[in-house]
Design a protein around this ligand. Structure first.
Ligand code: ZN
Length: 93
């Protein structure tokens, strides 16, 4: 089972080549009672989350985290570091 962390002001970056591991991550967030899971975790983005995205944190790029994210922010061509909204649930992969 994945362990949970709460987002602060870290930046995240998409993990490339993770699309085969989509699973049903969004359901896991709802199961944890995360009422924010319907919206994308990226700061400044108001889109609905469409998947649990695989993300690196800027302070620990050896570990992969999962968070609700929209198709635009999670697009493979997006290799930018992105700031996350604070106090959102993330899970360690
Ligand atoms: Zn987004």
């Amino acid at each position: 089972m994945s362990s949970k962390v709460t987002s602060l002001n870290q930046k995240v970056k998409n993990v490339s080549g993770s699309s085969k591991d989509r699973g049903n991550w969004l359901q896991s967030f709802y199961a944890e009672g995360d009422s924010n899971a319907e919206t994308c975790i990226i700061k400044g983005c108001g889109n609905l989350a469409t998947a649990g995205g695989h993300l690196y944190h800027d302070y620990d790029i050896t570990r992969v985290y999962i968070a609700p994210i929209c198709d635009t922010c999670n697009h493979p061509s997006n290799t930018d570091w992105m700031e996350v909204k604070a106090h959102r649930l993330m899970m360690k992969r």
